[in-house]
Design a protein around this ligand. Structure first.
Ligand SMILES: *Cc1c(COP(=O)(O)O)cnc(C)c1O
Length: 420
């Protein structure tokens, strides 16, 4: 470890267990001092342009003054209060605003703190929906190859069994139905036949609409979502959209489902919900789902309640983030980013080792083969003043919508030259 490291880093490095990390062989983490806009200011004085937006959360850029002010105002009044038996303005306003923004009758918002937990809650809602409706056999889920829904045990069981990062837990997890997406006539017929056999034990279909993010930035046509709605209805199953990555404008519409004109029975939201500032998530249920819990029977209630659910600071940040979406300018920004990513990453297509280049909304992904060392690519980009974090065989950009044209050009150029 270089001698000029700050004292907190040398003191803590033996005690912090880092995410998705082989601690023995991993390169040291970059020490960050502060953030501003799309800049990451490192402790050693270097400034990196951020191509990732802190795991796809920081859609307005870092330290946005409107969000910072909203959190400060809430902090002065009440940083936290339990949600059991108590109500507060930030959460109630946020729930009403989300219900209004979401299509259809997705009107009933259950808050949590992380994406994985919101997916767990959606799964629990789906199973109990059937139980409360008198059907006890529908306890399993149908999910898709390439999918990612979280790192907890229930969510791991519905991730792609190979790409989902959880293969070593295969025999510990609940067995689910993980199949190919119905992307064409043949796969649609195959899925329909599969459902004819297994639908009676399936509570819900769950899918990341339009883009399977952590599974490899795999993109599909909105028709797939229409097919899933049709099949779910035909077999009486619920449909869950996991919009934790795609929600809040990332794919070009406020929610990815809007590009297909399809509504699920439950949607999960997190990542960009607070503009990347505080941990918050929710599972939002339709009237049909909520109605199955509306009963005189205490056993029919949803027995869930994370300690920090609906944290007032997080809800204040989310409300401020929604304010920033209100004038609609984000949409032109996302289109401009999309166009620039398409042009900026195009030179990758002719480079050896590049398998595919995909762009949707403010997502640009370059898929490479095994001949490319992505650790080397990442450090070359860092040396060029650009922060990226490839995973699997994917180098990608998910910048803040506020990124300038020159900064995005620098990110694209850094990827092109580090792959060359
Ligand atoms: C990130 C992500 C999750 C998990 O969210 P966490 O907050 O990391 O638990 C679930 N689903 C999708 C689609 C995601 O992108």
């Amino acid at each position: 470890m270089p001698a000029n490291n700050p004292e907190w880093l040398t003191d803590g490095v033996g005690h912090v267990w880092r995410p998705y990390c082989q601690m023995k062989t991993a390169a040291p983490a970059l020490a960050v001092d502060s953030t501003n806009g799309v800049e990451i200011h490192l402790n050693d004085g270097r400034i990196l342009i951020d191509g990732i937006g802190s795991w796809w959360t920081a859609v307005h850029g870092y330290n946005h003054p409107h969000i910072m002010a909203a959190i400060s105002a809430q902090l002065a009044k009440m940083p936290h209060i339990m949600f059991g038996g108590l109500a507060h303005e930030p959460a109630y306003r946020l729930a009403a605003r989300l219900a209004k923004l979401l299509p259809g009758d997705l009107n009933h918002v259950f808050f949590a703190e992380s994406g994985s937990v919101s997916v767990e809650i959606a799964m629990k809602m789906a199973v109990q929906y059937w139980r409360n409706s008198g059907a006890t056999g529908r306890t399993k889920f149908l999910s898709f190859l390439g999918g990612y829904h979280g790192d907890t045990f229930a969510t791991m069981s519905i991730c792609d069994p190979e790409e989902g990062m959880h293969t070593i837990f295969a025999n510990v997890m609940a067995a689910q139905h993980v199949v190919g997406l119905p992307v064409d006539a043949a796969s649609t017929v195959a899925l329909a036949a599969y459902l004819a056999e297994y639908a009676h034990e399936i509570a819900a279909i769950i899918v990341e609409p339009l883009v399977q993010g952590a599974g490899g930035m795999l993109m599909h046509n909105p028709d797939v979502l229409r097919t899933l709605r049709r099949l779910a209805d035909a077999h009486g199953m619920l449909l869950i959209f996991d919009e934790i990555f795609t929600g809040f404008g990332r794919t070009g519409t406020l929610f990815a489902m809007q590009s297909a004109g399809v509504e699920p029975d439950i949607v999960t939201l997190s990542k960009a919900l607070t503009g990347g500032v505080l941990p918050l998530s929710c599972a939002v249920a339709s009237t049909r789902v909520f109605a199955a819990f509306w009963s005189d029977d205490p056993m029919a209630a949803l027995m869930h309640g994370p300690t920090y659910m609906a944290n007032p600071l997080g809800c204040a940040a989310a409300n401020a983030s929604l304010d920033l979406f209100e004038d609609g300018t984000w949409q032109a920004r996302v289109s401009a980013i999309s166009a620039q990513l398409t042009i900026g990453l195009a030179p990758c297509r002719s480079l050896p080792g590049v398998v595919d280049v995909r762009v949707l909304g403010a997502i640009g992904a370059v898929e490479v083969d095994k001949s490319i060392d992505l650790k080397r690519v990442a450090s070359a980009c860092h040396a060029a003043g650009c922060f990226i974090r490839p995973f699997g065989r994917i180098v990608y950009l998910t910048p803040a919508y506020s990124i300038s044209e020159p900064d995005l050009a620098r990110l694209c150029a850094a990827i092109v030259s580090s792959l060359s």
